[in-house]
Design a protein around this ligand. Structure first.
Ligand code: SF4
Length: 369
């Protein structure tokens, strides 16, 4: 029998197929969820979503002692998020839930981790044999490793910096959990897409309304973000922002580059924070601290400038190897050049308008006599 079918496992990893089977065997109808019998499950579901909403990646969802409640509350939380239908909330909740699973995975026996990743997430992974354990406790099939780490831009994850043998990449338990978090988040989001728009029974709409109100308060930053203009942005920064808004995981260095670029280009700290408020793992306190740090108001008091194009290339963040930006050495140089050119164009257009008016006899004066 699979090691993943025990109630304890379902409680820890409620996204897995066995948890769905377990719930369908219980045969609970949607309408019943509002009855007092499921009060604890609904309360726990509410806690799961609100903790994720407030804390993002710092959320402590934990493990509720009653395993039945833990499995059902995940499904109800998914219903709440799906009925609200806000992509940002969905990503933030999926992130918090997947990080929770990642923390449990770090402590699991290697055979369980390998089975869960293989059977549930389709990741080819094996515990390393005794003779190879010094290279890493697990080995992941290289094509799967590459797909799952493509969004992580820190250098230690690049294949050239890894031990690779016979098509396998060796990783530590912590690294494997990090990889699994990416895959679990995707899985939860695909469940969200499937359930999106499912109407809630009337008895649960009041709870969903409370979540919606908290969400509106949390996202008030977005008004500011909408006012940011990107007409002169270089392709690399436009791409980072696009990925950020699409809810893709944008690595640490890319985040730093974007913040340093915006601040150097003259955006206010509030505008930078507003931009980051659209990340699913947004934490206002941390975002504010980091922005102030980059702006030189905290820590070393050094005001950071955006990384050069060659550093951007090293981190895989340059677009089309720079072919779209001939002669540019730094993204801020692109921004200033485009802004200057636009100002010149406007000046020339203004001059042409003036000349046209003069040629047609003076506009206002001509008509007022
Ligand atoms: S050449 Fe520089 S400015 Fe242009 S996309 Fe690459 S990193 Fe960005």
């Amino acid at each position: 029998m699979s090691m993943l079918r025990s109630e304890r496992m379902l409680a820890k990893y409620p996204f897995i197929a066995a948890a769905r089977d377990y719930l369908s065997r219980r045969g609970i109808a949607l309408d019943e969820l509002g009855s007092g019998r499921f009060g604890r499950d609904v309360e726990r579901a509410y806690e799961r979503v609100v903790e994720a909403l407030k804390m993002g990646e710092d959320a402590e969802i934990g493990l509720y002692p009653d395993e039945e409640v833990e499995v059902l509350s995940f499904a109800i939380a998914l219903l709440f998020v799906a009925s609200i239908g806000d992509g940002w909330l969905a990503r933030r909740w999926a992130l918090a839930e997947s990080l929770r699973c990642g923390r449990f995975l770090e402590e699991e026996e290697p055979e369980i981790v390998a089975e869960l990743l293989r059977a549930e997430l389709g990741i080819k992974v094996e515990p390393s044999p005794p003779g190879e354990s010094g290279l890493g406790a697990y080995k992941v099939w290289a094509p799967h490793y590459l797909t799952l780490t493509s969004r992580i831009d820190s250098l230690e994850w690049k294949l050239v910096n890894r031990v690779v043998r016979g098509g396998w990449v060796y990783v530590t338990p912590k690294e494997l959990a990090r990889i699994a978090v990416e895959a679990i988040q995707k899985r939860i989001l695909s469940r969200y897409e499937d359930a999106r728009g499912t109407p809630l029974p009337d008895s649960l709409t009041a709870v969903a309304k409370r979540i919606r109100e908290m969400l509106a308060e949390k996202r008030s930053f977005e008004v500011e973000a909408g006012q940011v203009s990107e007409e002169y942005w270089p392709p690399c920064m436009a791409k980072i922002k696009k990925e950020l808004l699409a809810g893709l995981s944008v690595g640490h260095f890319a985040n730093f580059a974007l913040a340093a670029f915006m601040l150097t280009a003259g955006y206010t700290q509030e505008q930078v924070i507003a931009m980051y408020s659209q990340r699913s793992d947004f934490n206002e306190k941390i975002a504010r601290y980091q922005t102030e740090h980059i702006a030189g108001q905290k820590g070393s008091r050094v005001k950071y400038t955006p990384p050069s194009c060659s550093t951007m290339k090293t981190h895989g963040l340059c677009v089309e190897e720079g072919r779209l930006c001939p002669g540019i050495k730094n993204p801020i140089q692109y921004y200033r050049r485009e802004a200057r050119r636009a100002a010149q164009r406007k000046k020339i257009e203004g001059r042409n308008d003036e000349e046209e008016k003069r040629d047609s006899g003076g506009g206002f004066l001509a008509t007022s006599t």
